[in-house]
Design a protein around this ligand. Sequence first.
Ligand code: FES
Length: 131
Amino acid sequence: MAAGTSRQIVLGRHDELKKRQRMVIDVDGTGIGVYFVGEEVRAYLNICPHMGGPVCQGKIMPRTLELVADNGKSLGLGFSKEQLHIVCPWHGFEFDMLTGRHPIDKNVGLTPIPVQVSNGDVVLTVREPRP
Ligand code: FES
């Protein structure tokens, strides 16, 4: 097949898949993590931008925040009620589950893979490997 072409892969029904938070699949030897956040779906290459670890197999946890009182004093650490992070199992780099970006360095992030819900199916679009 010619370089630069892509194909779509139907992963299953969104109503069923969204019951799980994540699935990691293998497409022609390439690992891809697919994440379900409410009605949103995201997919990322399972390669950490730090040192290539299997980031999509890491824990999912709420973003850790420093809680600050009105007077500016720290109240210690707490967890976000809105943001979930993917935590790379190798060295703990964290990435926002919806954006794939590192929470501090916005230039660092996971490689997104196009995914959408189409007629109730979760559909991934992958590039064909070069011949
Ligand atoms: S390889 Fe992912 S944090 Fe280092």
